[in-house]
Write a protein that binds this ligand. Structure first.
Ligand SMILES: [Zn+2]
Ligand SMILES: [Zn+2]
Length: 344
């Protein structure tokens, strides 16, 4: 496919889309676009997450009686399935688009591949090895622990589990709103992770991957992993159902890849491609202090002034914000210096 029909490539070879990113149309009064938006909302990602959730629910989760007691047996079983699922799904994108480089750098935001950029910040100087090991040794075990804890709570009655199936319209609402719950949970936690020591000691590990690939999705400090994957636990607090909690978790864990694909479209056939929806979060990895949330289903970035839609105007707004921040810091520092001696 000709990627220059959809965007531009700069002198260095980095591609960017020509269409600006847009938040969900009902926030901007573009009601005529809701139909098209709805299709993109359901297909492909949320449909895939629902299929994975159904597969877990019917074929993976142990009986409720078993989950009443925590044991290594079902814990390790869940870890094995989670690890295998991520290895197969993230691994497939890595294999085709980063190892075999099936579509070269067409639609690729950063023209370089992580394998070409060794760096001291990574374990074994390799982004791929570092990201892979952190995912499988740290984040996926944390994911499994949270899953075990949540299902143990459901099994032992420490929840607001609605057993009455007559409430199915409420379950549907919750399923439909799960991505919105994710955006709100992720935005505020992520915003916090960008503050002072939390950034330095915790979130920096995820940001080491300035040019992310699928393996970067779950490359996190344990504190960040715990925050990121614990959003399923909201369903213990609100009147809900373990299936909805599982959908929330599955969308978070399998959905982490979405912002880290690195390509705007994944070519599937000669003239057919799948939109990746990766650009919003790619810009976060590039500029750090923009797009803390997701795609704009709940446009918190827009409301808090940190939205970057990929346009030159957004770039200018961001630079202006950085300039103002620098000036504010400059203005604060001399005061700190003058107040310091009084402590003596
Ligand atoms: Zn990221
Ligand atoms: Zn961040």
């Amino acid at each position: 496919m000709d990627d220059l029909k959809y965007g531009t490539r700069d002198k260095r070879g980095n591609w960017s889309p020509s269409e600006p990113l847009e938040v969900a149309p009902f926030w901007t009064g573009k009601f005529g676009e809701i139909g098209r938006w709805l299709v993109g909302y359901v297909w492909p990602f949320n449909t895939i997450f629902m299929i994975v959730t159904l597969a877990y629910w019917y074929f993976v989760l142990p009986a409720w009686d078993t989950m009443r007691t925590v044991s290594w047996g079902w814990g390790l079983w869940l870890y094995a399935v989670n690890a295998a699922g991520i290895f197969a799904s993230y691994g497939a994108v890595e294999l085709f688009y980063y190892v075999k480089r099936k579509q070269g750098t067409r639609f690729k935001y950063n023209h370089k591949f992580p394998a070409e950029q060794p760096s001291e910040v990574f374990w074994f100087k390799s982004q791929n090895i570092d990201n892979f090991l952190r995912s499988f040794l740290i984040t996926i075990p944390i994911w499994t622990l949270i899953e075990v804890a949540t299902f143990w709570c459901f099994a032992n009655g420490y929840s607001n589990w609605i057993h009455d199936t007559n409430y199915w319209p409420w379950f549907l609402v919750l399923i439909f709103l799960a991505p919105a719950i994710h955006e709100v949970h992720f935005f505020f936690g992520h915003r916090l992770l960008h503050q002072g020591v939390l950034y330095k000691w915790v979130h920096k590990i995820h940001h080491n991957s300035i040019n992310p690939s699928p393996w970067s999705s779950m490359s996190m400090h344990p504190v960040e992993g715990t925050f990121f994957l614990s959003e399923m636990m909201w369903h213990l607090l609100i009147p809900s159902h373990p299936f909805v909690a599982l959908f929330q978790l599955t969308s978070t864990a399998y959905g982490a890849i979405v912002g880290h694909i690195g390509f705007d479209k994944l070519e599937l056939t000669d003239d057919g491609a799948m939109d990746s929806h990766a650009y919003t979060h790619y810009l976060h990895h590039k500029y750090f202090e923009v797009n803390y949330g997701g795609d704009g289903l709940v446009p918190l970035d827009k409301w808090f002034g940190t939205w970057h839609d990929g346009t030159k105007e957004a770039d200018e707004r961001m630079k202006e914000r950085f300039r103002r921040k620098k000036e504010r810091l400059k203005a604060v520092r001399p005061q700190e210096e003058t107040s310091a001696p009084s402590a003596h």
